[in-house]
Design a protein around this ligand. Structure first.
Ligand SMILES: *Cc1c(COP(=O)(O)O)cnc(C)c1O
Length: 379
């Protein structure tokens, strides 16, 4: 008897698009007919709506999450000779922005339970060159912002939250991106609020910082052809703003669906030995951009064999991140030794992201768990 198994993808953007296709078409066609493709009312109205959603007075939209991080650092005048403390267990863009402004990323180790930077290690990493802490709410799970803000206040450091994977996540009832001095968001298509192209935003309650970010995102200019600083060109397209405006109205619902998916995974994984499911956090809510488990005691090689076994059972998984940033060729000059950040190294070998998207069905999740169980016996 041949049973046809429909493959489970790691994520599926087309299913979601189908549910809002007509609203998106209407919004995009309106922009196309308006003739206003850069800046203008649609971009302004999305920026205002997003700022309201996050709960900050100011929101500066831009071309990507990477640019948001870069603009945040530049707006705080962080540059050569300065250090910024961050996590090595993140996408390259976090540290890349620090390097791009000429500052030095200082990596501290992560917590095994949350995979976020370990706040108890911040203090020891502070030097007289330290200007900022850049916590990354990895996979959608909020960093312990009480601890981060307390240390920042004590040492007069800026806090720039990398919220690229955590749009809508909360810490003590406050949205991430509204707790530190600045929040940086990405609207890359696979993020919780994703456009149909690149996009980003920067949130803050400091009007002066927002004004500088606005200036820098537009060639250092407030008045056209009058340039006060060397900036960049990082505007959000009106077409993307129109799409994001439509999708923002669904975000709370999609994040709730992700939470339900995560809760089902938690129950399904409970009985599987050597699998560490993501921890729950009492003081916050994760929005589950990824659902990453740790395969306890696995080497990277064995994890990769498990992945291909699962693939043979028609379940696709992902690995974020196979190489922590302090092990990247580009950061070898920073000189992190063999055992410098052991929790990050171990997580990079053990981590496995199971399929996660709002529309993932119970049946698909059972298929994922079955594939995992079978594959664990094969590797
Ligand atoms: C996606 C991402 C970024 C960069 O966002 P882009 O919009 O792709 O430039 C930054 N930090 C983290 C943690 C990310 O996941």
């Amino acid at each position: 008897m041949n049973k046809i198994i429909t493959p489970v993808p790691p994520l599926d953007l087309t299913g979601q698009y189908a549910t809002i296709e007509s609203d998106i078409s209407t919004a995009v066609l309106k922009v196309l007919a308006s003739g206003q493709y850069i800046n203008g009312p649609v971009v302004e109205s999305f920026a205002t709506a997003f700022g309201h959603y996050i709960g900050t007075e100011e929101c500066v939209v831009c071309n990507s999450g990477t640019d948001a991080l870069y603009l945040a650092l530049r707006s705080l005048n962080i540059g050569p000779g300065d250090e910024v403390i961050t996590s090595p267990f993140t996408f390259i863009a976090t540290a890349e922005a620090i390097s791009a402004v000429g500052a030095k990323p200082v990596f501290i180790d992560i917590e095994r339970t949350t995979l976020n930077l370990n706040p108890t290690l911040i203090e020891a990493a502070i030097t007289e060159r330290t200007k900022a802490i850049m916590p990354v709410h990895i996979f959608g799970k909020p960093v312990d912002m009480d601890a981060v803000m307390a240390i920042a206040q004590q040492h007069s450091l800026w806090v720039i939250e990398d919220c690229a994977q955590a749009t809508g996540a909360e810490w003590r009832g406050q949205k991430v991106g509204s707790i530190g001095h600045m929040g940086c968001f990405s609207f890359f298509p696979t993020k919780n609020l994703g456009g149909c192209g690149d996009g980003g935003a920067l949130t803050t309650n400091h009007p002066d910082i927002a004004a500088t970010a606005r200036l820098l995102r537009e060639h250092g200019s407030k008045v056209r052809y009058h340039h006060e600083a060397i900036g960049i060109n990082s505007r959000l397209d009106a077409v993307q703003a129109a799409i994001l405006q439509v999708k923002l109205q669904h975000l709370a619902q999609w994040n709730a669906q992700r939470m339900a998916v995560a809760e089902r995974y938690r129950q399904l994984l409970a009985s599987i030995p050597n699998v560490l499911a993501p921890s729950e956090i009492k003081a916050g809510t994760s929005v589950w951009n990824q659902y990453s488990i740790l395969l306890e005691g696995f080497t990277a090689n064995r994890r990769d064999r498990l992945r291909s076994a699962m693939q043979d059972h028609s379940v696709s998984t992902m690995v974020y991140y196979p190489i922590p940033l302090h092990r990247q060729p580009v950061y070898q000059n920073l000189g992190y030794g063999e055992n410098a950040l052991p929790v990050s190294d171990q997580a990079a070998a053990e981590v496995l992201a199971l399929p996660m998207f709002p529309e993932l069905t119970e049946q698909q999740q059972e298929q994922v768990i079955q594939a995992l169980r079978k594959s664990l016996q094969q590797v």
